[in-house]
Design a protein around this ligand. Structure first.
Ligand code: PMP
Length: 374
């Protein structure tokens, strides 16, 4: 039956992880996948998460199914975190939300709703470049994917003019994907003034915004500050959806904790939209897992754990900044590289957009392997 199935290419990011696992070099280091590591190169279980799990263990909770849209208190706390209490209060009665299978699952639900119901377009515009999986997720749901200008490789900065021009040139009421903060892969975010410009064009053109927020807290170390864009757009009543992930900011990667939300024009519209979101989720995976969402809800809802969590984010974001400074100073001072490496420290978040091409990366992988293991 499967004789005609061709071999597919390995995933660009997870493919590297597979090669990494296969390597027997003791000094190997995986710089491909976006997962935080401590000084010893190990995964980091956040103290706030450990405490929340201990508290949950004492509670002897059952393992019954969650509702289709997940654990209600989780949805409220997650969306409050994203939109901020003030904006949340003003939109709560027309906000539709659903706990999701992390950020990817939220994007998949968003794409399914858009593909099924959004008029007049089924094309989504993503930044050039963007997270590799966006294309995959959106096409799987039946959306066509195009891109707008975003990164200027010459300046290593935002091509603000190009981006705004492309937003202008799209048909009215286009679907636009925006990274809320800590843009993956470039680490280049719009400034608050540039967000205002983006907002202005989006409103004049009546575009629909799909906001992807996978790194709230990782850009500035402060979740409230990183929520600037979704708060601004929701406050201005831009028609939008938001996809949150707790993979990075709570280190809950494999627990798959996320939240999908969308802003309706009225409570009545919200009820209709929610009914359709439920039908879509029921057909995709029925209902989400409970454990990770319980951890996140516990952390967000308990003042002591929440303070601990803010410290944990501070720990991670400070270390990331320190590593950027160290990498840059080693390249410049230890290796006397004449190349301009200032983007290593000016970029934000977990990723370093090196500007290296695939051939250079292959060479690094090969040559370093030899240096470490001659
Ligand atoms: N969006 C972006 C921009 C990301 O970088 C990621 C994680 N790499 C995600 C969404 C989703 O990740 P997850 O499904 O693990 O939450």
């Amino acid at each position: 039956a499967w004789a005609k199935v061709p071999m597919g290419p390995p995933d660009a990011i997870l493919g590297i992880s597979e090669k990494f696992k296969a390597s027997t070099n003791a000094k190997k280091m995986n710089l491909g996948v976006g997962a935080y590591r401590d000084d010893a190169g190990r995964p980091f279980l956040l103290p706030s998460v450990r405490k929340a799990e201990n508290a949950l263990a004492q509670m002897n909770l059952d393992k019954e199914y969650a509702p289709i849209t997940g654990i209600p208190v989780f949805r409220e706390l997650a969306t409050r975190l994203a939109y901020g209490d003030e904006v949340y209060e003003s939109i709560a009665e027309r906000l539709v939300s659903a706990q999701s299978l992390s950020g990817t699952g939220a994007l998949r639900v968003a794409a399914a709703v858009l593909a099924k119901f959004y008029e007049p377009s089924s094309t989504i515009y993503v930044s050039n470049p963007t997270w590799g999986n966006h294309n995959n997720v959106f096409s799987a749901a039946g959306l066509a994917v195009q891109s707008y200008r975003y990164y200027d490789p010459k300046t290593h900065m935002l091509d603000a003019q190009g981006m705004l021009a492309d937003l202008e040139d799209m048909p009215d009421r286009s679907i636009v994907l925006l990274h809320a903060c800590a843009h993956n892969p470039t680490g280049v975010d719009p400034t608050p003034e540039q967000w205002d410009d983006i907002l202005r064009v989006v409103r004049t053109k009546n575009h629909f915004v799909l906001m992807d927020m996978a790194y709230q807290g990782f850009a500035s170390g402060n979740p409230a500050r990183d929520g600037f864009a979704p708060r601004l757009f929701a406050e201005m009543n831009v028609p939008m959806m938001l996809c949150q992930s707790f993979a990075k900011n709570m280190g809950l990667y494999g627990e798959r904790v996320g939240c999908f939300s969308m802003l309706a024009a009225s409570a009545e519209e919200a009820a209709r939209l929610e009914s359709q979101v439920k039908i879509i989720i029921r057909g995709l995976y029925s209902n989400p897992p409970v454990h990770g969402a319980r951890i996140a809800a516990r952390i967000l809802g308990d003042p002591e754990l929440r303070t601990q969590w803010h410290q944990d984010i501070e720990t991670m974001s400070t270390r990331i900044r320190d590593m950027r400074a160290l990498l840059r100073s080693h390249l410049e001072d230890t290796f006397h590289s004449a190349h301009d490496w200032s983007h290593i420290t000016s970029q934000i978040g977990m990723f370093c957009y090196t500007g290296l091409n695939p051939a250079q990366v292959d060479k690094l992988t090969r040559d370093l392997a030899r240096v470490f293991d001659p």
